[in-house]
Design a protein around this ligand. Structure first.
Ligand code: AMP
Length: 217
């Protein structure tokens, strides 16, 4: 199953992806996570993108495309993948099509998690992320068992630098501006499925499993 998840920050893409990977045995590839990890580890890539990511702007297409191409060649992508946060521009969508063609693969579906700016701001301001393993919590809707501590690894839960309200609003607008053409792009390929991400996690998951069940047949 080769999937892409479209939707602004805060739409829940990471949460839904994590639930799906258990069922389909495919990796969840988040370009945002890859960049954040590189920054945290101080790698060459991290140094290149640190200022861009922290300001909420987009990393240049060329760099992002090359990184995704390498990642998709890894063995764990044999059964498929969920790309989360990529593609984000029309140029990236076209590059992805070309990459997949070269690998004799095709995209099965583009799932668009639709959500408005105010809901995103409300959600993200209460989001906390494990500084060690990256697991995402919400202090209201999905709290950790012990406040401030990750259930899985015991790491410290923090608010991401780019989860501050003014940066969230900027990321949302940048996303909508750059992603609007992608919606049309995948609709024209008959691959687009739109979900109302304001609904609860369980309801969205149910609809998502139905969609994917239909694609598998
Ligand atoms: P995310 O966690 O998906 O919201 O991504 C966090 C940040 O990483 C974004 O605000 C961008 O700076 C960068 N980023 C993630 N994915 C991409 C992409 N596909 N193209 C360009 N920049 C990206």
């Amino acid at each position: 199953m080769n999937l892409i998840f479209l939707g602004p920050p805060g739409a829940g893409k990471g949460t839904y992806a994590d639930r799906l990977i258990e069922k389909y045995d495919i990796p969840h590839i988040s370009t945002g996570d890859i960049f954040r990890e590189a920054i945290a580890n101080g790698t060459t890539l991290g140094k290149q993108v640190e200022d861009i990511v922290k300001s909420g702007n987009l990393v240049p297409d060329e760099l992002t495309n090359a990184l995704v191409e390498e990642r998709l060649k890894e063995k764990d992508c044999e059964n498929g993948f969920i790309l989360d946060g990529y593609p984000r521009t029309l140029n990236q969508a076209q590059a992805l099509d070309a990459m997949l063609k070269n690998m004799c693969k095709k995209l099965d579906a583009a799932i668009y998690f639709e959500i408005d700016e105010e809901t995103v701001v409300d959600r993200i301001s209460t989001r906390r992320t494990c500084s060690n393993c990256g697991k995402v919590y919400n202090i209201i809707s999905f709290p950790s068992k012990i406040e401030g501590i990750c259930d899985d690894c015991g790491g410290k839960l923090v608010q991401r630098d780019d989860d501050r309200e003014e940066i969230v609003r900027k990321r949302y607008r940048i996303y909508i501006q750059n992603t609007a053409p992608l919606i049309e792009y995948y609709r024209n390929q008959n691959k687009l499925f739109t979900l109302d991400s304001r609904k609860g996690v369980e309801e969205v998951m149910k609809i998502l499993f139905n969609i994917l069940g239909g694609i598998e047949k």
